[in-house]
Design a protein around this ligand. Structure first.
Ligand code: C5J
Length: 274
């Protein structure tokens, strides 16, 4: 039969079958959708299992998937490709490439499960009125924020360099948070969005590990969110700082959160439909 069911339950439970019909289940709101549902035989149904355990350090963490979102931090051309902000500051942008495929795999698994996905972008208004002088002063004058580069004006909203790389590009329904700072909560609507969706847990991916990922995780931790940082989905221009960034999160019994991997998260989310 066709029934209205909670969106997350469609992907996870054996109550709702992925139909052979293309286009099903049909999502009609962020929380509910139409799906083909079947009952194999009375008493044989397994209830939906919104709680999953993710292998992590310092220890495994159990999260309610109905209250979990994926946040992908700043996977923008400006940081990952030559000619952007990252390179303008003297960095070797190829160091960030390793995080792309793990991020893509996690994004695919999370989308399949119907979890909320939020993307962030660091950048500024074209008139640069939201750039603090202390941030503006960094780097060579010709390569500062707002200067013209091969991907448009550096770190300016609306320019090609400011946008998210194609392979991780948001799909319809995935909010994009434009942030002027390193932390994703600072001067943004992120907290309101998470609150409105009842989110308590964040799977965190993105760049760079020790800057925007760490700042966001620290801000999230103070706001009461459980953060599970997927280490191989993060990267830094400095491998030492990547390791240190992850170590700081999981130290002291997980002082800011947990550190896990793309593989552990995907395993916890469940296998892809065959
Ligand atoms: C930096 C970021 N590193 N997204 N931004 O300036 O980590």
């Amino acid at each position: 039969m066709i029934a209205v069911v909670r969106r997350g339950a469609v992907a996870r439970s054996n109550l709702a079958v992925r139909s052979q019909n293309p286009g099903w289940p049909r999502f009609c709101s962020p929380d509910w959708c139409l799906a083909y549902v079947y009952a194999p035989s009375p008493g044989s149904l397994t209830p939906p299992m919104p709680f999953v355990t993710i292998e992590a350090e310092p220890d495994a963490v159990t999260v309610d998937l109905d209250r979990t979102a994926l946040i992908i931090i700043d996977m923008q051309r400006d940081f990952l490709e030559p000619g952007g902000f990252g390179e303008a500051l003297g960095n070797d942008v190829s160091c960030l490439a390793a995080a792309v495929e793990p991020c893509r795999a996690v994004l695919e698994a999370v989308r399949r499960c119907g979890l909320l996905v939020i993307h962030t972008r660091e950048g500024h208004r074209p008139d640069l009125s939201d750039v603090p002088p202390a941030k503006m002063e960094r780097g060579a004058p010709k390569l500062r924020i707002g200067a013209a580069g091969p991907m448009g004006r550096i770190l300016v909203r609306g320019e090609p360099g400011h946008d998210i790389i194609d392979v991780l590009y948001p799909v319809s329904g995935e909010p994009v948070i434009d942030k002027p700072g390193k932390g994703a909560f600072y001067q943004t609507e992120l907290e309101l969005m998470l609150h409105n969706r009842g989110i308590e847990n964040l799977l965190v991916c993105g760049v760079t590990t020790e800057v925007c990922v760490n700042t966001t995780v620290r801000e999230a931790n103070d706001r009461g969110y459980r953060c599970v940082v997927l280490g191989d989905c993060c990267a830094s221009y400095f491998p030492r700082l990547h390791e240190a960034g992850l170590a700081m999160i999981k130290a002291q019994g997980g002082i800011f959160g947990w550190v896990s991997t793309s593989r552990s998260a995907i395993t916890a989310l469940g296998p892809a439909p065959t």
